[in-house]
Design a protein around this ligand. Structure first.
Ligand code: HEM
Length: 201
């Protein structure tokens, strides 16, 4: 087992292989269930696969957002100064890589999902319930790519910048990270409720 779990890529590939096995076995045991296999129609199944990938990328993004807000930001002041670079030079840049690309692929799969479902324009024009969730999430995506990441590059010293600008950049990154944490709550209400809440608003 440790041969698999020692390597993250192999662990992830095994997750996908397990999914395929589950789908193949499930097709024989649960007939007609879309969630278990490509039984109904190819278009519907493609939409379903996009939704599945969308949720996977969404978890990567929001999981890391909440890690920053629930774990890293509150813990940083308690870490002795000589150990802080362990976080700012090693953990944070790595986390920010998966964070911003998680955001990018969540956006791409989310827009594709709305397109495949036939309501992209209606949702963007707020004529479809999920539109609010999509707008909140798109604002969050914008904040990640155009405010948080550029500010973090300055704050963490990943780009040349005037040292005096670092605290300002760190404060800006923190504020927008908090704004995104706040928006993630109504965003998920609209995103999931639209599909499973039995309402449209
Ligand atoms: C970045 C912009 C985003 C867009 C454009 C977007 C778009 C969509 C669309 C169109 C749906 C399909 C609803 C349906 O099936 O009718 C959806 C569902 C969903 N999205 Fe997003 N989304 C975004 C961000 C996020 C984020 C950040 C998360 C965080 C985890 C997320 C989680 C979900 C979940 C859990 C569902 C429901 C799946 C289900 O209930 O079957 N989305 N999204």
């Amino acid at each position: 087992m440790s041969k698999i779990t020692d390597s993250l890529p192999i662990t992830i590939v095994c997750g996908f292989i397990l999914t395929i096995i589950m789908v193949l076995v499930g097709q024989h045991t649960i007939t007609g269930s879309l969630s278990m296999g490509p039984v109904v129609d190819a278009g519907l199944y493609a939409t379903f696969l996009t939704r599945w990938l969308h949720v996977i990328f969404g978890i990567m993004w929001i999981g890391l957002l909440w890690y920053f807000n629930f774990v890293q930001i509150p813990t940083m002041p308690k870490i002795p100064d000589e150990l802080k670079p362990g976080v700012s030079k090693h953990i944070a840049p790595e986390a920010l890589f998966w964070f911003r690309w998680g955001a990018m692929f969540t956006l791409i799969t989310g827009l594709l999902l709305a397109l495949l479902s036939g309501y992209l324009i209606d949702a963007l024009a707020l004529r479809h319930g999920i539109g609010y969730g999509m707008w909140f999430a798109m604002i969050m995506w914008f904040n990640v790519w155009f405010v948080i990441w550029p500010s973090q590059k300055i704050a963490l010293g990943l780009v040349e910048a005037d040292p005096a600008s670092k605290p300002k950049a760190a404060a800006r990154a923190k504020m927008f990270s908090r704004i995104n944490t706040m928006l993630s709550i109504p965003m998920l209400y609209a995103m999931v409720g639209q599909m499973h809440g039995g309402f449209d608003f």
